[in-house]
Design a protein around this ligand. Structure first.
Ligand SMILES: *Cc1c(COP(=O)(O)O)cnc(C)c1O
Length: 410
């Protein structure tokens, strides 16, 4: 009998984006003349930087000649890319990370989702609430979370509430946790973790022998010099943290696919008998068995952002979205709405007026302003009474949406 992995059956259906699509379609059919503006998308919309296109075009030509053709590449990624990442994202910022501590992949979602495989099936997990769903769902599939309670939470998971009172920065819990997922700049709240907040987490990890899984997919959106772009900017972090980065939001690679994981060489987990095991070795074993590398053409495209010209083009891309973020922040603030995020992240997190339910606000905003966003409750129980808007739209639509927000009835 082919028994199924019943842990999959514990996953609540992900109704968030299908429910949004259903409500928008219904409204549009009842109001065919309404011009709906979507600020709910979590995907980039600007084209790839020219340096990436040129590098990939060159790589395609190489693949067409016998002298320069490439077959399987190294599972960890080509040295030309790993060395550039180590130099630009770490050494230039005073962080010692070697190219052989970097594992190139086809994106961060896979890495954030797969990393749990190298840890024990009974590891205790903590996630922020609200949260990017990948961390939790992959642990549900692995059988690490217990059952779903009626309050929408899994019995075996520690949820770290993020709200206005704690500036949306999850705090270390009282109990002992083995694996902690942190995301900064955060999706969905658009907020960032400060040096002190991260130091607090490193202290917790040291006391409890925990590992911090740090998702920095939006690191390139940080402009404030006091906000860490990498967890490795914090003393001691190399003994307790794995970092995830991606070219998706940095350089428009959501459809092109390239990311990487940083696992410091001294970072260890433990066997049940108390022996230390380097996590880097386990991840290398996992990747060489289950992954065959990111396409050469794509890695050439990614490496192209690490030149003066490439950095300028990426900055232009990010400035475009961050100008949208500013327009949204200022537009909503002028209407008296309470907004968070949007300063070092492309997400704006707003408190619903009168703390109305986030799905009720979704309907009201669609009806009165014809603007689509994402209800906070879709990211976890603590997202209730909040709403996410993204800066990934076009400038024109962002400006138009702020005009239409003025139609919102008080
Ligand atoms: C977009 C995003 C990623 C990156 O995903 P890719 O698979 O690299 O495209 C990772 N984490 C968060 C929180 C994200 O929003």
């Amino acid at each position: 009998m082919a028994y199924v992995n019943e842990n999959y059956l514990k996953l609540p259906g992900n109704y968030l984006f299908s429910e949004i699509a259903r409500r928008v379609a219904k409204f549009q059919s009842e109001n065919p003349d309404a011009k709906i503006i979507r600020l709910g998308i979590g995907d980039v919309t600007r084209p790839l930087p020219k340096v990436c296109i040129d590098a990939m075009t060159g790589a395609v030509a190489e693949m067409g000649k016998v002298e320069t053709f490439r077959g399987y590449g190294p599972e960890q990624g080509y040295d030309f890319l790993r060395e550039k990442i180590a130099e630009y994202n770490y050494k230039k910022r005073g962080i010692e990370i070697d190219a052989d501590e970097i594992f190139v992949s086809d994106g961060s979602k896979c890495d954030c989702g797969n990393i749990q495989e190298i840890f024990s099936a009974d590891a205790k997990v903590a996630v922020a609430d609200p949260v990017y769903p990948v961390y939790l769902d992959t642990n549900v599939m692995a059988g690490r979370t217990g059952d779903l309670n009626s309050d929408g939470r899994f019995s075996g998971v520690t949820y770290l509430p993020c709200n206005a009172e704690n500036d949306f920065m999850p705090l270390p819990p009282e109990n002992k946790i083995d694996l902690i997922y942190l995301c900064s700049p955060n999706n969905p709240t658009g907020t960032t973790l400060t040096k002190d907040a991260l130091k607090n987490w490193i202290d917790y990890a040291r006391k409890n022998d925990s590992i911090i899984l740090y998702d920095a997919a939006y690191a390139a959106y940080i402009s404030d010099e006091n906000i860490p772009r990498s967890i490795f900017e914090i003393d001691g972090a190399k003994d307790f943290a794995i970092e995830f980065r991606s070219f998706s939001k940095t350089a428009g690679f959501t459809g092109t696919r390239c990311g990487y994981v940083v696992i410091p060489k001294n970072l260890t987990g433990f066997t049940k008998s108390g022996e230390k095991v380097p996590l880097k070795n386990l991840w290398l074993r996992r990747q060489t068995t289950k992954f065959n590398g990111t396409a050469y053409i794509i890695q050439r495209g990614a490496a192209a952002i690490y030149s003066e010209e490439g950095q300028a083009q990426v900055k232009e891309l990010i400035d475009y979205y961050m100008t949208n973020a500013k327009i949204i922040r200022e537009g909503l603030s002028a209407l008296g709405l309470k907004v968070y995020g949007g300063e070092n992240a492309p997400y704006i997190w707003l408190e619903t007026p009168g703390k109305m339910k986030s799905w009720d606000f979704f309907d009201k905003l669609l009806r009165e302003s014809n603007v689509v966003g994402t209800p906070g409750a879709g990211f976890g129980p603590c997202g209730e009474n909040y709403f996410r808007l993204t800066a990934f739209g076009s400038r024109e639509n962002t400006i138009a949406a702020m005009e239409k927000f003025k139609n919102l009835k008080r």
